[in-house]
Design a binder for this molecule. Structure first.
Ligand code: IPE
Ligand code: IPE
Ligand code: MG
Length: 234
């Protein structure tokens, strides 16, 4: 691709799985399965294009409202994907799971913690997977950590700065978020990385996530490259 400013960190809101399945007269979980396959492919396309990190919105703090069957199906898919993730880990890819993982089943939690630990030193690419993730919960969590440090005397309230809050977000080890891609036709964030998007670019696309192809990623990156980011300056 003839583009000089490739985004370093892209956030993907993997949306439209249910509608994709419905169009085919299939259960929603069939769409999630296809969506998970696209997740894996997208990681590799990002690596080919020279992106350094990608965060995928897989399950929100609000998605627990869905029928129990669907939630169970998504968790079982995650169990299956842990094997694929382990294979990628051998290719120098680091995995960071963001969100309140404490609400996930114990077996999943143990695996995720182990993957995060064993891939910690991998440097080629960072994959973020947002699970039981909510942007507001993330900020509230950072506030809680800093409040406790104030009470213990480790910091003073006057030490609290944007940088210090950022250091206590789940994404503290990621490069700054440059671009958010949301397929499925919806034009909203649905509580995804709401602090981090302050100066990110947005590309909303009509394609449903299970149909997302390499050419769609290429389109989003070219669109990003064509934007003039001023960060408030001239
Ligand atoms: C996104 O697809 C996946 C999750 C939220 C887990 P959806 O399941 O939201 O699909 P639509 O939006 O209903 O089509
Ligand atoms: C956002 O999609 C969450 C994920 C993609 C995991 P939703 O389908 O849950 O968002 P809304 O309900 O359309 O805002
Ligand atoms: Mg949706």
């Amino acid at each position: 691709m003839e583009v000089s400013n490739i985004p370093k960190h892209i956030g993907f809101i993997m949306d439209g799985n249910g509608r994709w399945a419905k169009k085919r007269g299939m259960p929603r979980n069939f769409g999630h399965k296809q969506g998970a396959a696209v997740f894996k492919k997208t990681i590799n396309w990002c690596r080919e294009f020279g992106v350094r990190a990608a965060t995928f919105y897989a399950f929100s703090t609000e998605n627990w409202k869905r029928p129990e069957d669907e939630v169970k199906g998504i968790m079982n898919l995650l169990r299956q994907y842990i094997k694929d993730i382990r294979a990628m880990q051998k290719e120098n890819v680091r995995f960071i799971f963001i969100g309140d993982l404490s609400r996930l089943d114990e077996d999943i939690r143990v695996e995720l913690a182990d993957i995060m630990e064993t891939s910690r030193k991998n440097t080629e690419f960072i994959v973020g997977v947002a699970l039981n993730y909510g942007g507001r919960a993330e900020i509230a969590n950072a506030a809680k950590i800093l409040a406790k440090k104030c009470v213990s005397g480790e910091i003073s309230p006057d030490d609290i700065s944007e940088e210090l809050i950022e250091k206590n977000l789940y994404t503290s080890e990621f490069p700054p978020l440059d671009l958010v891609v949301r397929p499925s036709g919806e034009q909203r964030l649905s509580n995804f990385l709401i602090w981090q998007v302050a100066y990110a670019e947005f590309v909303f696309m009509d394609v449903l996530w299970p149909d997302f192809k390499k050419k769609d990623l290429e389109y989003a990156i070219k669109e990003f490259a064509s934007r003039s980011r001023r960060f408030g300056g001239l």
